[in-house]
Design a protein around this ligand. Structure first.
Ligand SMILES: CC(C)(COP(=O)(O)OP(=O)(O)OC[C@H]1O[C@@H](n2cnc3c(N)ncnc32)[C@H](O)[C@@H]1OP(=O)(O)O)[C@@H](O)C(=O)NCCC(=O)NCCS
Length: 218
């Protein structure tokens, strides 16, 4: 049974290739060689970087709950970590200046996702800073989020849910070795930006895609 952190960490851990199974280490090495570290654990002082990504356009479009109830501020992040058996958070960090360029997490699958992913125990999510999108970083980072979660917290049989209209996300997960399990016609909530700081919620017809990483079984 995986054990995920359920509160903020006092310190964090920079993943090294020997933390991971030998067959997963190459993905971390690729990121390291390109100037990125992957840092496991979340401290209170790391939350503003997550909140910044949560407020960016692509994240509000596809993951509005990040801003509303997951990572929008320290209180939300604390509640998110404490919820449903915890969350293992990993950040993609620049070796040059320590800036957070993206983050992802794994946790126990909830009942709704489990219905569509009966073979999965855990669920995964990925967000990149808008300045780091479009460089295919998501593929390698996805591999490392899942591999790191397997090594550090015992995650297994990891799945995910995404939206069919989010082409970069779908292609990223397929490139990272995910397979489509099933689909569901659904309505996607979104937060749109109005004039000035005004934001409003909307809904769009879309298709929910449920995928799994077969290589995370053991
Ligand atoms: C989704 C996300 C993780 C993708 O990561 P990324 O590394 O920026 O992905 P890239 O834009 O480099 O593209 C990945 C693939 O999608 C393709 N792609 C990107 N934009 C595309 C578009 N508008 N139309 C068609 N294909 C597109 C790329 O060509 C690439 O394809 P390939 O590698 O199969 O040749 C990242 O954009 C992000 O964090 N977005 C905001 C939050 C989010 O949506 N998270 C996912 C929620 S499930």
């Amino acid at each position: 049974m995986p054990t995920f952190p359920n509160t903020f960490d006092e310190s964090t851990h920079i993943l090294v290739p020997t933390d991971l199974k030998a067959s997963h280490a190459e993905h971390l090495i690729k990121l390291n060689m390109a100037g990125y570290d992957v840092v496991a654990g979340l401290r209170r002082e790391d939350v503003p970087a997550l909140a910044e990504i949560a407020a960016q356009e692509g994240t509000r479009e596809y993951c509005p709950n990040d801003l509303k109830r997951r990572w929008g501020d320290e209180a939300m992040a604390e509640a998110k970590l404490a919820k449903a058996g915890g969350s293992g958070v990993l950040r993609l960090v620049s070796q040059k200046n320590g800036n957070t360029l993206g983050f992802g997490w794994t946790g126990h699958i909830d009942d709704e996702d489990q219905e569509h992913l009966p073979m999965c125990e855990n669920i995964f999510a990925l967000r990149l800073h808008e300045a780091s999108r479009g460089k295919r970083l998501g593929t390698t980072f996805s591999r490392v989020i899942v591999a790191g979660s397997m090594a550090l917290w015992g995650a297994r049989n990891v799945g995910l849910a995404t939206w069919a209209s989010n082409t970069p996300a779908v292609r990223t997960y397929l490139s990272a070795g995910a397979e489509l399990v099933t689909t569901k016609d659904d309505v996607r909530p979104t937060i749109l930006r109005g004039p000035g700081k005004f934001q409003y919620e909307n809904h769009r017809n879309d298709v929910r895609l449920y995928m799994q990483f077969p290589w995370s079984a053991k």
